[in-house]
Design a protein around this ligand. Sequence first.
Ligand code: HEM
Length: 162
Amino acid sequence: MPAIRRSGGAPPVAAAGTVVSSDKKNRVVLEKGHSQVDWMRLTRTAPDLAGLRGERPGLLTVEDVRRHSSADDCWTVLEGRVYNITPYLSFHPGGVDMLLQGAGRDSTALFLKYHPWVNMHFMLAKCMVGRLEDGQPGATEGGGASRDEDDEDEDSGDDAVR
Ligand code: HEM
């Protein structure tokens, strides 16, 4: 099935999750109600996005993170903080598969490679399950090429961009 179907003069229509590559970005079509604004609203209303069940964020090891590496139970490390990104997967403008590359591991470098301007700590604050112990491999991992272009996104909440 083509990623984009055209019907007469109507605007392009694409199924949720398909990659839209009409511009130079690999952005996907998100399901209705899954814009970045919808995500930020959810972070204000959902009671336990991190899945902590009343516990406080703690110190975690690489092994702890590695145990959560599937689409229905997905943790990742970003600049030393451990996030349960399971609820964010279907909101990610780059698609689920891209995000799953960081499942159960440190995704700081990948994150910075694609969009260093995105304020992930703000967007994922309610998803934080802990911090990686000092000295753990990956605890300070970062780097990756940054990109020059910085297009505006009508779906992004202002605070989602640093
Ligand atoms: C494994 C880690 C990740 C990879 C490989 C990845 C990849 C991508 C890709 C390919 C895009 C589409 C291209 C683009 O807009 O530049 C994208 C967009 C985006 N991603 Fe990610 N991403 C990752 C993690 C995250 C995380 C953790 C967040 C936020 C919590 C996030 C938020 C966004 C946002 C807001 C956009 C739209 C950016 C814009 O339009 O400027 N991503 N991502």
